[in-house]
Design a protein around this ligand. Structure first.
Ligand code: FAD
Length: 505
């Protein structure tokens, strides 16, 4: 099979439906690697490996597995040619070995909640859905570990740990819908990274299938291991480009018994950042969350929901600070100490939520900020995920009004300020019509990224590079780093069949 064959009408007829979209053919050709399409013969072979119900080539079903939550960026542009649903590691191994021999691209997929197009089949081929590998294999109280297959919903892991009186502390805001395998592949973060770390901090062991079908394991139920290179840290966050994760051993922690949330409206960005940076050292309490919302985010919520948020006329930013612990009275004392630092840093008020109802009302604001952003920014959801040193956040926020003015755009900013991780969405003004929205947002994004880089920041804190940001990653990585990434990729995947088109252009 040659690249030319893939564009040949006769060959397309032998393929399955409208699998060879114009863009796909162009992108495949531009890659220079010679990939094969999924023909009827290939589909039959895949069914031999996975059983008839383990494969679909139905174009509607394939379309449902061809996008993620980066919508509308990649909707319909990159159709999968087949979707496969393995149930065992052995099946994944046979499938990878077959795809590797036959030069068919394979894109691993979790729940498809990604925000960078990581699970989008950039060059077509097979989407490898992990949804049927969804067993919690074991909760081990003695070793304080939980072992699971990659297709388990994250919230089920949290629940299983809790039922055994333990905490699984990896907690992306998408925990109710994402899979643990997707969390590992993205090194997903969330609201609790400041205290507990991102997903990778909880991974003790992995079983993986390499692109050529070999099965291997890294780490295990041990908390120390310097035997050879740290492959776990390499696979975590590698966005399904190096290996398919088929089993995960997670570290569990003691379960905090009580939680309190504080909401602090702040008069200006500087004092909000000062509070976020100093609260732990000044209070002696390590918060489990420090979340930030700028004034525009709050105004968007008020405008679209009608909810009135206190101090919205005077506050420039809001912080939510969460503390957790084992004992209620101690936690009250901790919350007081944190509240004192809030006041010291200039908080206009400090609201404390110590029961479920009050806490839910505080977090509702934060959830609505993210929700309203989707409503406002369609059809262009530019959701950024930049991360900068906390000390540089005031300088960064100072740059934003000028950036918006240069590009005739508005923006809102919110996120995990304790980690320096700011989500922001730009809204180019629509007075010139919508036709060039994407081009203008792209120009603004480039400008933004150069500011972030100058301030010592990075392109993505937790959502990943995927397809969405691949063309920008060299701005941050530099030539030597890109070279190393290419060499590591080649060592794992010499034929470039596993999730091609991601991370670097
Ligand atoms: C409402 C909402 C809130 C969100 N909040 C957060 C948040 O707080 N923090 C955060 O970090 N992210 C967040 N996300 C983004 C997203 O949920 C995470 O990136 C999540 O980890 C993706 O998991 P998934 O199972 O949906 O993976 P997918 O989107 O299906 O895939 C993501 C990547 O993982 C790879 N992959 C999946 N499974 C495997 C496997 N078994 N082996 C190898 N590679 C694999 C894919 O190829 C792809 O590159 C949010 C998304 C939404 C929609």
């Amino acid at each position: 099979m040659t690249a030319k064959n893939a564009e040949d009408p006769d060959n397309a007829a032998a393929g399955l439906g409208k699998i060879e979209g114009e863009r796909l053919v162009k992108d495949r050709a531009a890659r220079g690697t010679v990939y094969s399409p999924v023909t009827e013969r290939v589909a039959a072979d895949l069914k031999d490996i996975l059983g008839p119900s383990g494969v679909t080539v139905d174009s509607e079903k394939c379309a449902a597995y061809s996008a993620d939550e980066t919508l509308p960026w990649f909707e319909r542009d990159y159709p999968a040619e087949a979707v496969c649903f393995p149930q065992t590691t052995e099946q994944v191994s046979s499938l990878m070995s077959y795809a590797n021999r036959n030069m068919i691209p394979v894109t691993p997929r979790g729940a498809g909640t990604g925000l960078s197009g990581g699970a989008v089949p950039a060059l077509g081929g097979i989407v490898l859905s992990m949804e049927r590998m969804n067993r919690i294999i074991e909760v081990d109280e003695i070793n304080r570990t939980l072992t699971a297959e990659p297709g388990v919903i994250t919230a089920e892991i949290t629940k299983a740990a809790r039922e055994h009186g333990m905490l699984y502390a990896g907690d992306p805001c998408s925990g109710d819908i994402s899979f643990i395998g997707g969390n590992v592949a993205e090194n997903a973060g969330g609201n609790k990274v400041i205290k507990y770390g991102a997903t990778g901090a909880h991974v003790l062991g992995l079983e993986v299938v390499l692109p050529d079908g070999r099965v291997t394991a890294f780490g295990g139920k041990r908390r120390k291991d310097v035997t050879g290179y740290d492959f776990i840290r390499l696979i975590v966050g590698s966005e399904g480009t190096l290996a398919v994760v088929t089993k995960i051993i997670l570290n569990l922690l003691p379960l905090p018994k009580c939680v309190m949330d504080l909401l602090a409206p702040m008069p200006d960005i500087e004092s909000a950042v000062r509070l976020a940076s100093l609260v732990a050292t000044k209070s002696g309490v390590m918060p489990s969350s420090i979340e930030f919302m700028d004034r525009q985010s709050i105004l968007n919520v008020e405008k679209f929901t009608g909810i009135e948020i206190p101090f919205s006329a005077s506050a420039a930013a809001y912080l939510i600070i969460q503390v957790d612990g084992m004992e209620h009275e101690q936690l009250w004392r901790d919350a007081h100490r944190v509240g004192d630092v809030c006041v010291e840093c200039g908080a206009l008020e400090v609201f404390v939520g110590d029961d479920r109802n009050a806490r839910d009302r505080i977090w509702e604001i934060r959830h609505l900020v993210a929700e309203e952003e989707w409503t406002i920014s369609m059809p262009l959801l530019s959701k950024e995920d930049i991360v900068i040193p906390c000390g540089a956040i005031p300088a960064f926020m100072d740059e934003l009004p000028g950036l918006a003015e240069r590009h005739r755009a508005s923006y809102n900013a919110y996120g995990h300020i304790g980690d320096g991780n700011i989500h922001m969405t730009v809204f180019p003004a629509e007075e010139d019509g919508r036709s060039d929205l994407f081009a203008r947002a792209d120009a603004m994004r480039l400008d933004l990224y150069h500011i972030v880089r100058r301030l010592g920041g990075a392109l993505s804190g937790e959502h990943g590079i995927g397809l969405k940001r691949a063309k920008y990653s060299p701005i941050f990585l530099g030539e030597t780093c890109v070279d190393l990434i290419k060499n590591i990729k080649r060592a794992f995947d010499p034929n470039h069949i596993l999730n091609p088109g991601k991370i670097i252009p």
